[in-house]
Design a binder for this molecule. Structure first.
Ligand code: SIN
Length: 282
């Protein structure tokens, strides 16, 4: 098999001609380069089981065991991204990037399709490289050099949780460990980062976990974040990925946002996610 990389519309690349369960070093290097450049890479027709999923992720870095998602019953490394037919809320149903609330935010995540609804359940991605590159001069001047506060408490904590509805939906255990989120300290990161792999500049705030801009009062902070989000959510920086059996996505949490569509009520969707540790961002 010869590896081929095809752009995936406006965001990401599709990588053909590889078996993630049996990957040559040269192909791994090609995947790493495409990942750094495109922000998200997609694979089709893979047959990797849970062990192979974990083995592939270990070749990319150290696995981060998720503190808040329910884990696979036999594989603690695998977080379950699950919605049952009778459930109405989904995981990841708002624009975000994973783990920006960590001191060293995750490098990325590898999501494997396990059970899909007959239609719907796509995932949208937005490029924060493209969003930064197209920032109007006035917003760029405010963003460059600024730092932002990121928190997990309002999302995964016991109070004001965005996932409260999900918990109330029969306390199904998909999201847990609120006590750990309650005691997490906020962290700060630059609003614009230099990507550690590509060297490109990327906008690094997100609507889920970023709570404020350091040094601005609440109104100024809200106004700047809203302006950055309105800009970043322009359709020209977005692309949708439609899952099929055997699909795998590897996204970069530093240069993309993602959003799981919740349009398949009455059907089951189960994906397996492994997150890879990252590094401090500058
Ligand atoms: C996530 O936000 O990690 C899940 C994305 C998805 O289910 O498509």
């Amino acid at each position: 098999m010869v590896m081929e990389i095809r752009p995936h519309g406006k965001v990401g690349a599709e990588i053909l001609g590889v078996d993630l369960g049996n990957l040559a070093e040269a192909d791994l290097a090609g995947i790493r380069a495409a990942f750094a450049d495109h922000g998200v890479v997609f694979f089709r027709d893979q047959t990797i089981d849970e062990d192979a999923h974990i083995a592939f992720c270990r070749r990319l870095g150290t696995i981060n065991i998720n503190r808040f998602f329910a884990a696979h019953p036999r594989y603690p490394e695998i977080a379950l991204v699950l919605k049952e037919p009778e459930q109405t809320t989904n995981i990841g149903g708002g624009w975000h990037t994973d783990h920006s609330y960590d001191v060293e935010p995750a490098l990325g995540s590898v999501l494997v399709a396990r059970e899909l609804p007959p239609q719907g359940g796509a995932t949208a991605f937005a490029s924060m490289y493209a969003a930064y590159d197209a920032l109007p001069a006035d917003l760029r001047a405010l963003a460059d050099g600024a730092r932002a506060v990121h928190s997990a408490r309002h999302i995964f904590g016991s109070r004001n949780s965005a996932y409260a509805a999900l918990r109330e939906e029969g306390d199904d255990g998909r999201i847990g460990n609120a006590a750990a989120a309650d005691v997490l300290d906020d962290v700060t990161h630059p609003v614009v980062i230099t990507h550690p792999l590509s060297g490109k500049r990327a906008l690094y705030v997100n609507p889920a976990f970023t709570t404020a801009i350091v040094g601005l009062d609440a109104d100024e902070s809200r106004a700047l974040l809203d302006a950055l989000y309105t800009h970043a959510l322009s359709p020209e920086f977005q692309e949708v990925f439609h899952w099929q059996p055997g699909s795998v996505a590897l996204w970069d949490n530093r240069s993309t946002w993602h959003y799981a569509h919740n349009d398949y009520h009455g059907h089951r969707r189960e994906l397996h996610r492994i997150t890879i540790e990252g590094e401090p961002l500058h």
